[in-house]
Design a protein around this ligand. Structure first.
Ligand code: CO
Ligand code: ZN
Length: 347
């Protein structure tokens, strides 16, 4: 079997369109609208649930069709304003996992287009570089002037476009807009060659603060089987972590992270499918971290779940980097997996 042909140009431009959009956890409106517009022509039904998850349904309608949930989170990490001082500087708390050394000096944006730079108090020791010593400077001269543009609770994200770097792409929120792009590519693939199953594509909210959106989406959908597509850490940089996953090594089939042990049947299905179709893949064990599948597989009486990961360097920085060929491999693998019978029940 040949691997499905992925339109790499379409995939890259989709990533470049989705990643810069505004959508910190809990404030996913702008990215949701963008994704909804892209998926509407490709599926049978699009809806938004109570928490803001975007759910796009593509019905297979075959006899023996399963309900399959496929999840990628559309939210991104960000910061939230906690205090505005007399001189108009903003103090903030993280939304999701944000580190002070990464934030310092970065440009951030609010959803009304207000931009600011993250500055630091004067520190005697670099070890004191902590989030509570940082502030956002939006160029306001006073609290009053700042308050015309932001208020307590306003959220900001990195202001960063996607750029090509060699064969890679670099930008903010590739975690997990690259996964969202992969899901949209799977929809294109299923237009050409359908799945027998009813596939519920979930662009989930609030993953970065604890897999929250996927939890309620899974409860409502009651899937027989679930897959998540998300980024994963790599070990391929100078003196990096001892991880086997590399950028450019193909789709990473997750075996385990801190939230999930992939269901053995789905692990075999993904490996066998990649082998049979000649889709480049690698195996992933991540000693930490989690994805939507962590919440989904514990829903109701349990949902056999698997994860296809996109190897990404510099996670949770404005310079995340991935190889779009790996995103293409992830989309190809998921599309092919969805064309399988997908047995249910215990292993
Ligand atoms: Co993340
Ligand atoms: Zn993620």
């Amino acid at each position: 079997m040949n691997p499905p042909t992925i339109d790499l140009t379409r995939l890259k431009s989709l990533i470049a369109e989705l990643a810069p959009a505004f959508g910190p956890s809990g404030e996913e409106g702008p990215i949701r609208e963008l994704i909804a517009a892209r998926v509407r022509p490709l599926v049978d039904e699009v809806r938004t649930d109570a928490l803001g998850n975007l759910i796009a349904v593509k019905r297979g309608g075959a006899s023996g069709a399963r309900r399959v949930m496929v999840s990628a989170h559309m939210d991104e990490i960000g910061v939230i304003v906690t205090h505005i001082d007399d001189d108009g500087f903003l103090r903030f708390a993280p939304v999701g996992a944000m580190r002070a050394p990464v934030l310092l000096g970065q440009r951030v944006m609010f959803d009304d287009g207000t931009v600011g730079t993250v500055g630091s108090e004067k520190l005697d020791d670099p070890k004191d570089l902590k989030l509570d010593r940082l502030f956002i400077d939006i160029g306001a001269a006073s609290r009053k002037e700042a308050a015309e543009r932001v208020r307590i609770g306003s959220m900001a994200v990195y202001a960063q476009d996607v750029r090509a770097a060699g064969r890679c792409l670099t930008g903010k929120a590739l975690d997990d807009r690259s996964g969202c792009a992969a899901l949209i590519e799977v929809m294109h693939q299923l237009q050409a060659e359908p799945s027998p199953h009813d596939v519920y594509f979930v662009f989930s909210v609030q993953e970065e603060v604890g897999l929250r959106g996927a939890r309620t989406a899974a409860y409502a959908i009651e899937p027989d089987v679930a897959f998540a597509v998300d980024v994963t850490a790599t070990g391929d940089i100078p003196k990096g972590e001892r991880l086997a996953v590399k950028v450019g090594g193909g789709a990473a089939i997750k075996i385990k992270d801190r939230s999930l042990i992939t269901h053995p049947r789905l692990r075999r299905l993904l490996i066998d499918t990649a082998e049979a179709c000649g889709i480049p893949y690698q195996l992933e064990v991540l000693p930490y971290g989690g994805t939507d599948a962590g919440a989904v597989h514990l829903t109701r009486a349990g949902v056999p779940s698997g994860v296809i990961s996109i190897p990404t360097r510099y996670l949770h920085t404005p310079g995340e980097m991935l190889d779009p060929h790996d995103v293409a491999a992830a989309a190809a693998l998921l599309a092919e997996a969805l064309r399988n019978p997908l047995a249910v029940g215990p292993d």
